[in-house]
Design a binder for this molecule. Sequence first.
Ligand SMILES: NC(=O)c1ccc[n+]([C@@H]2O[C@H](COP(=O)([O-])OP(=O)(O)OC[C@H]3O[C@@H](n4cnc5c(N)ncnc54)[C@H](O)[C@@H]3O)[C@@H](O)[C@H]2O)c1
Length: 330
Amino acid sequence: MRRIGFVGAGFIAKVHMENLSEIDDVEIAGVMEPDDKRAGEVIENYGAKRFNSLKDMKDAGIDAVYITSPNRTHFNFAREAVQLGMDVFVEKPMTISLKDARELEDAVSKAGVIFQVGHNRRFAYVYKFIKEKIDSGEVKPHSFQIKMNRGELQVPSWVSDRSFTGGFLFETTLHLFDMMRYLFGDVDEMYVLGKRSVYSDYDDWAIAVKMKSGVIGTFVSSAHTSWMVPFERVEVYGEHKMLANDEMERVSYSVGDKLEAIVESKDFSKVDFRKKWGYLEEDKLFVKALKREVAPPVTVHDGVKVIEIVDACYKAVERKDPHIKFEWEG
Ligand SMILES: NC(=O)c1ccc[n+]([C@@H]2O[C@H](COP(=O)([O-])OP(=O)(O)OC[C@H]3O[C@@H](n4cnc5c(N)ncnc54)[C@H](O)[C@@H]3O)[C@@H](O)[C@H]2O)c1
């Protein structure tokens, strides 16, 4: 039985807790949470104990922790947990600076602990469909178009505060930067345009991308679009083949060069969001990783790589030079 603790007991923590309660061999044993009501719910629902520090959790025999507190707290908690020798699942963004992300990667490598980052999109049904078509060779991508929008930067109140979130790109946009890497490999070059249109944070981004694989694409992210769907969409263009999703609800695939295109679609709108958005599978895989049965599917290195992309975008707008050429390791 693995005893698991939580740092933060808000929305996403509850999703993970519900998942873990359906998985064998794990127990939600501890919670660190400043809000009494939220901490109380975890104690009542799962029989967990409340703690004030990671050290106390560790001393109580809890040797794996979910970090599900706000973005800017992730780095310190994750580094401390790793240094205590705890296995860690950290929600995205892993950190809100590239320097911290790299320091965390070093700490994980020294400690040799299990470390997984919450890029749940990789396990969402729509993206698994797209990934399988690409990995099987059925669709060879030549180009793509990605968008990741949101309706406003008002709710919750801190969402437009860059010192809290790291910046708009560290929010949901980050998920699709990770998806871009997952589907097409590492980025070679980007031409980044970003501006502040409605809010004080950079809230409009238009990016042209060339991947090391030669695949090219565009990536758009706006924070003020209204909540008209779809605000999340990936389109992949192969040779007379196209894949596209609408949110994490539907995915479509079409083959051929005739006007009478036949489109195959899968609709997951009736499926529980914990499954179709990938949360259940990522938690199952984390538990398997805790048992040393599999390697963590989203590594600290993946966490660093996606933050390199975000960091490059902010550097491009701040130094007013849109062109970014990446130096990637071999
Ligand atoms: N992977 C995803 O799809 C996904 C979805 C939602 C949120 N997230 C990420 O998860 C994190 C939490 O988001 P949320 O929506 O659950 O937020 P939330 O506000 O609902 O929950 C955060 C919780 O952390 C607690 N907290 C604040 N400071 C703390 C501290 N110092 N120590 C311990 N607990 C503390 C808060 O009281 C709150 O209960 C964010 O980083 C967010 O980006 C990821």
